[in-house]
Design a protein around this ligand. Structure first.
Ligand code: PGA
Length: 256
């Protein structure tokens, strides 16, 4: 069985000016001693200064979103070619994109294909809302989001996909939210194992054993160790707790 390298993605959402991004890196980098894969998704305007500051460091950048055209009259959008100048990864289908900005499974599918076409690796977010969980529809939702996103996907590239299981009800409302609770390690493991099974059934076991499935939703210094101890939890996508360099470092260290 291939050994999957753990991945930690900091999703900074709409937080931090460029100066704040740089001062995070100045505190974070000297203390980072890890063989895990570390990825930061800062605001778009910080990608260039961040990429200069990270030259030679083992930290990759991700776009928080991309559009599915190379260029054109699409005010406010970022093309994969623009993101590609600085980023290895692109977060696609984040629940805030789906629920606040009305992105559909169709949009997500087009974005995933475009990302692969340009050599950007998608971090594909899928997850159920509280209502769907209460109606026992979690598996159905995960299946439809995953399979529609990967419709017509190039199988050769798929093993480099990262899936983020992000139950919508577990995602914090921002950096001051202390009420929202993460999924339990048991629930996260059950969802991850279901997702891996779906990938196996549809794309084969080489791909399902290679793909990394990260958990996201109120991951923090208190729960990261137990989430990461589960067999199919290959990493974390962290919002609020990743804004503080000390907390992000502690979370990374919690994976042995
Ligand atoms: P959170 O965000 O860690 O603040 O809950 C996770 C995410 O939305 O990716």
């Amino acid at each position: 069985m291939p050994q999957r390298k753990a991945i930690f993605v900091a999703n900074w959402k709409m937080y931090k000016t460029n100066g704040e991004c740089i001062s995070f890196i100045e505190k974070f980098l000297p203390q980072l001693k890890s063989d895990h894969e570390i990825v930061i998704a800062p605001p778009f305007v910080a990608l260039e200064p961040m990429s200069k500051k990270l030259k030679g460091a083992k930290v990759a950048l991700a776009a928080q979103n991309i559009f599915y055209e190379d260029e054109g009259a699409f005010t406010g959008e970022i093309s994969p070619l623009m993101a590609k100048q600085f980023c290895k990864y692109a977060i696609i289908g984040h629940s805030e994109r789906r629920h606040i900005f009305n992105e559909t499974n169709y949009d997500v599918n087009k974005k995933v294909s475009k990302a692969f076409e340009h050599g950007l690796l998608p971090i594909l977010c899928i997850g159920e809302t509280l209502g769907q969980k209460n109606e026992n529809k979690t598996e159905k939702i995960l299946e439809s989001q995953l399979l529609s996103a990967l419709k017509n996907a190039n199988k050769e590239k798929l093993s480099e996909l990262v899936v983020a299981y992000e139950p919508v009800w577990a995602i914090s409302k921002g950096k001051t939210d202390t009420k929202t609770k993460a999924a339990t390690p048991e629930d996260a493991q059950a969802a991850h194992s279901f997702i891996r099974g779906l990938i196996k059934k549809n794309f084969g076991s080489n791909i399902s054993e290679s793909i990394r499935i990260a958990y996201g939703g109120s991951a923090n210094t208190g729960n990261s160790g137990s989430l990461l101890s589960r067999k199919d939890v290959d990493g974390l996508l962290i919002g609020g707790a990743s804004l503080d360099p000390e907390k992000f470092l502690q979370i990374i260290k919690s994976r042995r």
